[in-house]
Design a protein around this ligand. Structure first.
Ligand code: KG4
Ligand code: ZN
Length: 329
């Protein structure tokens, strides 16, 4: 059994996963305390991880019907993310592993999002193209092996989920606003306003900063009353632009492939329009269940199955890292 820990942002997560990729438990404690600040406050996130991590691990073991004696490998997110938050998970993982002389797998958070596709009962085998779109990351990858991926494109500025959240804020919808913006959009006309999809950014990189600015100007032009009256149309047009920006890059990536298949991960995978547009591409589409798309530790345990384990005591000086290390295989 693999005990996995994920604390890269504001969710304190622990899971028990088997070497065969079966999830025995997957516990997420969402801090929730950040919403009123309109974003995650790093120092508050670290402090809450410290308070929650032991209870969340106990809960994951108990739900799995296991105890520490059953654990053969500890997997933990090493980065990218908030360093103070990551360090809580890394220090906890080291302590648990070292006490029993267990090996430790240091997992990249983005490998985790990809590896969410490898867990039972509905795994997908490489090769496939994987789009990861969350509040912190937007990347397009080619997965040919369980151990990693080739980076095809990434965002040059905001992440797709961040674009949803910033748009939602401009429309007065609160934080995180992606789901609320999407609900409002369902009643609007996606063709009402013409927002940019950064189609001119050639290749497979994404850019969402111009889109957010376009909405800001449109809201200013319209004024408060008219913005409120046309909120559904604004939301629908804005959502349409984000989703098209994602789909355009996926289609570009497919142009180089003979037998394309698509997997989607990250919180934005919950988006209804993105799911519809992906389904209409005419290729097999794999989207893990929502609790495996948003941040969770089961995906870290899944990636831990393919990572090179570090034996005791070599991991004791392991450090967290803040920014993405897109490693080629
Ligand atoms: O993966 P996630 O839970 O956390 C990280 O950022 O790592 O992703 C959260 C992001 C937020 O930006 C949220 O607004 C967005 O995913 N999101 C959505 C939807 N559900 C979540 N965006 C659009 N439509 C949704 N239904
Ligand atoms: Zn994530």
């Amino acid at each position: 059994m693999i005990l996995a820990i994920e604390t890269s942002c504001d969710d304190t997560c622990a899971a028990v996963v088997t070497a065969a990729g079966e999830i025995r438990s997957n516990v997420v404690s969402s801090q929730g305390v950040h919403d009123r600040f309109g974003g995650v406050v790093p120092e508050i996130a670290s402090r809450h991880h410290l308070e929650l991590v032991n209870a969340v691990i106990d809960d994951a073991l108990e739900r799995a019907g296991a105890d520490l004696g059953d654990v053969e490998l500890v997997a933990v997110t090493q980065g990218p993310g908030l360093v103070g938050a990551l360090l809580v998970g890394v220090a906890t993982a080291k302590a648990l592993a070292a006490a029993r002389r267990l090996p430790l797998a240091a997992v990249d958070h983005l490998d985790g999002h990809v590896a969410a596709n490898f867990v039972a009962p509905d795994p997908i085998e490489p090769p496939f193209t994987c789009l990861i779109a969350s509040g912190g990351h937007t990347l397009l990858t080619r997965v040919t092996d369980h151990r990693g991926y080739e980076l095809l494109g990434q965002t040059l500025d905001d992440a797709a989920g961040e674009a949803f959240d910033k748009g939602a804020r401009l429309l007065g919808l609160g934080y995180p606003g992606g789901p609320a913006l999407s609900r409002l959009a369902a009643a609007g006309d996606p063709g009402a306003f013409d927002f940019p999809t950064a189609a001119r950014v050639t290749g497979l990189d994404f850019s969402f900063a111009g889109l957010k600015t376009a909405l800001l100007y449109k809201v200013r032009d319209l004024g408060e009353e008219e913005t409120a009256r046309r909120a559904a149309d604004l939301a629908a047009s804005y959502e349409h632009a984000i989703v098209e920006a994602l789909i355009i890059r996926v289609e570009r990536a497919f142009a180089a492939e003979s037998d394309p298949r698509l997997a989607i991960g990250g919180g934005v995978a919950a988006n209804r329009l993105l799911r519809e547009r992906a389904a209409a591409l005419g290729v097999p589409v794999h989207i893990p269940p929502p609790d495996l798309c948003t941040d969770n530790a089961a995906m870290i345990g899944s990636a831990g199955r393919y990572a090179e384990p570090v034996s005791f005591p070599d991991y004791l000086d392991l450090d967290a890292y803040a920014t993405a290390h897109h490693h080629a295989l």
